[in-house]
Design a protein around this ligand. Structure first.
Ligand code: PAF
Length: 281
């Protein structure tokens, strides 16, 4: 596997594959890779002739006081994992490569409405940072397929909308969340949890599952289910940010008879903000 840090070499390498008629699969990441990322990498490799992964901790998607500086950076271990997974190319640019004028001066890509709700309401500017960097990465790599995890469900919706609105010629694949044995969604941020917090953290998924069961059983008082979810989170030691039931295809408020529902939650365990979701179709 080759690691490339500059755009010119990246374009040359990928251009030669493309001219040879090869199909390019791409997985954008912020590194600190776990089984969740590796599942995305495997699908990109199986579906395409060449697989490209990017590792870039994107300053533009972190708000003030968030964990940009402390976000785990483990490039060497990540390279080993990607090598083993049979990845062809790792793109690991610096912040000045991606934002030569600084990220404040960067032209932005904003997907309206869906970027401002849920995680976007609690983390203003976050999804503008995500859609801007993903759009740039798509322009550098020009992949045929890009693979994302459904754990970041809202992010996946934002990216799908951006690709549709800007007519970016890439197929977006969303893959199911990979979980620990006790149900906690795999996330780089799980490493922030203390031993006690880690024991409590799987309750987030348990509460999502309970709510999904009630929905499948025919309960349609969404407000009550959301209040109940928030109470259960508090009793389990979380400080909830939101717990909500939405239409799975666009995250709008569902009608009573809506069948394709997703339950989404964000909650703090200590100082760690965890997110998870579950489809209740
Ligand atoms: O999900 C992530 O790791 C990031 O938000 C992404 C998509 C790589 C953009 O920085």
């Amino acid at each position: 596997m080759e690691t490339i840090t500059d755009v010119e070499t990246l374009r040359k390498r990928i251009g030669s594959w493309r001219r040879a008629g090869e199909k390019i699969g791409f997985v954008p990441t912020m590194g600190n890779l776990h089984e969740g990322h590796l599942a995305l990498v495997e699908v990109a490799g199986n579906r395409c002739d060449r697989s490209v992964v990017s590792i870039f901790v994107n300053p533009m998607q972190f708000g003030e006081g968030e964990d940009y500086t402390s976000y785990p950076r483990t490039l060497e271990q990540d390279q080993g994992k990607l090598e083993q997974a049979g990845v062809d190319l790792l793109f690991a640019p610096s912040a000045t490569t991606i934002y030569p004028q600084g990220n404040q001066a960067q032209t932005r890509v904003e997907v309206p409405e869906i970027s401002d709700i849920l995680c976007g309401a609690s983390r203003p500017g976050h999804f503008v940072g995500v859609s801007t960097v993903v759009c740039k990465l798509f322009n550098y790599v020009q992949p045929d397929i890009a693979v994302f995890g459904e754990k970041d469900y809202q992010q996946l919706m934002v990216i799908r909308r951006m690709v549709a609105d800007l007519a970016i010629p890439v197929e977006i694949l969303g893959l199911p969340t990979v979980r620990e044995a006790d149900g906690l969604a795999k996330s780089s941020r799980n490493s922030y949890l203390s031993a006690d917090e880690r024991k409590q953290a799987p309750q987030l998924f348990e509460i999502l599952k309970k709510t999904a069961e009630l929905l499948r059983g025919g309960e349609r008082n969404y407000g009550l289910l959301e209040e109940n979810g928030l109470d259960l989170l508090r009793s389990a030691g979380f400080r909830p940010d939101y717990f909500t039931i939405r239409q799975a295809q666009d995250l709008t408020t569902p009608a009573r008879d809506e069948q394709n529902l997703v339950i989404l939650a964000a909650a703090y365990m200590g100082t760690t903000r965890l997110i998870d979701n579950l489809n209740a179709a």
